[in-house]
Design a protein around this ligand. Structure first.
Ligand code: PEP
Ligand code: MG
Length: 606
């Protein structure tokens, strides 16, 4: 069976055209030409390591600790089963029982221990060797149920991977071995994976899954790595030793490119570099319309590594500091000092420009081990996007909010800061958060910390239809609004922002989304309350005339988008934008709206 399948696959590969272009979703501009590094085909194993005889006891202890942690994790996973539908429970329960059994004094653990002692191997090498040996034995068994054998061998390898991950305290994926200049290909990439990428080494990223405004896309943009996501059939089309030309603006990858495609790729690299130089000249120029209206253009920050890019882009501060990076790729929670050190570095780097720090937005696709698997595991529920996400989770675990507020407030004397609450849907959430905020401030003052008399503004993200439609009520509790169009579009259209299959339905220009933006903006403007847009929509120069026409004067976006947006602002006139907005808001067909937005030419009467 397996031989036949392999033969069919190789015949299919032989038939494959030499050059193949696949189109996906463009998420981060730039062009890369390089060898493919297929992360699916790479072993996630850490390097083999031998030890000295003196280190045997220490390795045995490490193994014991990893087994205990893994056992805890598996029993937590089992506890979580209760929220799943019955069929899923029936399928998963025996699997988790098998995992739990392998984490007792099983052959895997005994064998690994023996390899540490007799072969002088590190615990992770011993675990992986033993798992390989057991899996091979299982696969060689005389049994007609080959699928069953493969499943059992897979289970052994899976538990070995969990043990290894706990031993090395790293994610399941490792990108450390990616050769410099490679184009990384993966079926799927999580935001936590993306945060580990080194933009100095990786020339481009291409994945089969993903959506334009998912957090993986946002991180790739932030890192400035040319990337295309949602490329159908990518991983099966990639062959060993392939090269590719990836165009992050066009959203294409050319596998096994011929001479013409390579020459076109080289031209595109030169053109992109020239455009960057040209846009770089805008850095010091103000973002002012032709009729003198000023726009505030700020940057979104996902990881501190972006700070130099923010300065280069000429951002007027940080309009959205996503603090999730502090919780990613770790299994313990950061304490107040760890938060404070990170915020302090960022606020100081802004050198007097504003920084809006958003407290943790956990949940949805931003699953984090420190919370999901830590000492006190936290579960967002069977549908995380609709579960205890953002402020809901923080109010359920106020000690987390307390730590973050304290660390942020300790930075208040270092520069102008604001504090932002994610996923607000009712005014009560802002009220409850403010109570904690005031209490923390009082405590810090008692402790002798330096705090300004007037505390930094506390604002609300408007990123659900409920919040947008209740914006007038929320505005009475919040000091400012930041409209998050990524989630607003996702929740309004019931389209997962990171899901390739429904990416064609994800549309911030859908009239429903635009009406919500308009309603929330007007609610803020009536109270003369600051309002900005900080979703990915803000970084798309084509959307700027419409947002400006709707009354928005502050945008926060990925640093790399600022020059292009500024260039657009400097060609606009407020009256033209208001007229465009009026015409757009009369439409109910998203296609017609897209046409109007696309056809808008600054300075031309419509
Ligand atoms: C948004 O939802 O638009 C937003 C800015 O928040 P995030 O992308 O972090 O969910
Ligand atoms: Mg959001």
């Amino acid at each position: 069976m397996r031989a036949a399948a392999a033969e069919a696959k190789s015949a299919e590969r032989r038939k494959r055209p030499r050059e193949l272009t696949i189109k996906g979703i463009p998420v981060s501009p730039g062009v890369a030409i390089g060898a493919i590094w297929d992360s699916e085909g790479q072993p996630a194993a850490p390097p083999r390591r031998s030890i000295t005889a003196e280190a045997v006891e220490a390795e045995r202890v490490r193994l014991g600790a990893a087994v205990a942690t893994s056992r805890k994790q598996v029993s937590k996973l089992k506890a979580r089963l209760a929220v799943l539908p019955e069929e899923a429970q029936e399928e998963l329960e025996p699997l988790l029982d098998a995992y739990a059994l392998m984490l007792t004094d099983s052959r895997l653990i005994r064998g690994a221990r023996k390899r540490i002692e007799t072969e002088l191997l590190s615990a992770e090498t011993a675990v992986l060797d033993e798992a390989d040996a057991i899996a091979e034995l299982i696969l060689a068994a005389r049994d007609d149920d080959k699928a069953g054998l493969r499943r059992r061998a897979g289970e052994v390898r899976e538990i070995a991977r969990r043990l290894t991950r706990n031993l090395t305290e790293s994610g399941f994926r490792s990108f450390k071995d990616v050769p410099a200049g490679a184009i990384l290909v993966a079926e799927e990439m999580t935001p936590a994976d993306a945060a580990l990428l080194d933009p100095g080494r990786i020339a481009g990223v291409a994945t089969e899954e993903g959506g334009a405004d998912g957090h993986t896309a946002i991180l790739l943009r932030a890192l400035g790595i040319p990337s295309v996501l949602a490329l159908p059939g990518l991983t099966s089309a990639v062959g060993r030793g392939d090269t590719a030309v990836l165009d992050g603006a066009a959203g294409t990858i050319v596998l096994r490119p011929g001479e013409a495609a390579i020459a076109a790729g080289r031209d595109a690299i030169v053109a992109y570099a020239k455009e960057r130089t040209r846009l770089g000249k805008l850095r010091r120029l103000p973002a002012v319309t032709t009729d003198g209206e000023e726009m505030e253009l700020q940057a979104n920050l996902e990881i501190p590594a972006e700070l130099p890019l923010i300065a280069q882009a000429g951002a007027q501060g940080i309009g959205l500091l996503r603090t999730e990076f502090l919780f990613m790729n770790r299994r313990t929670l950061p304490d107040e000092d760890a938060h404070h050190i990170a915020y302090r570095q960022i606020v100081e780097a802004m050198d007097g420009a504003g920084t809006t720090i958003r407290v943790l937005d956990w949940g949805g696709e931003k699953d984090m081990e420190a919370l999901a698997e830590g000492e006190e595991p936290f579960h967002a529920g069977p549908n995380p996007a609709l579960g205890l996400r953002g402020i809901r989770m923080l109010l359920r675990r106020p000690e987390l909010l307390d730590v973050q507020f304290a660390a942020i407030l300790r930075c208040a004397h270092l520069g102008p800061i604001r504090v932002l609450l994610p996923m607000v849907t009712i005014p009560e959430e802002v009220r409850a958060a403010r109570e904690i905020y005031d209490r923390v401030a009082k405590r810090l003052r008692r402790r002798g910390d330096r705090l300004p008399d007037k505390l930094p503004a506390l604002g609300a993200m408007i990123e659900t239809p409920g919040a947008a439609l209740a914006a007038d009520a929320i505005a009475l509790e919040a000091d400012f609004f930041a409209i998050g169009t990524n989630d607003l579009a996702m929740y309004t259209l019931a389209v997962d922002r990171a899901e390739a299959d429904v990416a064609h339905l994800y549309d911030p220009l859908h009239p429903a989304v635009l009406r919500l933006i308009q309603f929330a903006t007007e609610a803020a403007l009536r109270l003369r309350m600051p309002v900005s847009v900080c979703g990915e929509m803000a970084g798309n120069a084509k959307f700027v005339p419409l947002l400006l026409g709707l009354g928005i004067r502050s945008l926060s976006m990925s640093a790399a988008s600022i020059p292009r947006v500024k260039q657009m602002v400097r060609t606009l006139n407020v009256d033209d934008c208001a007229r465009l907005a009026r015409r757009v808001m009369e439409q109910s067909d998203p296609k017609r709206i897209a046409e109007l937005v696309e056809a808008f030419v600054p300075g031309e009467r419509s």
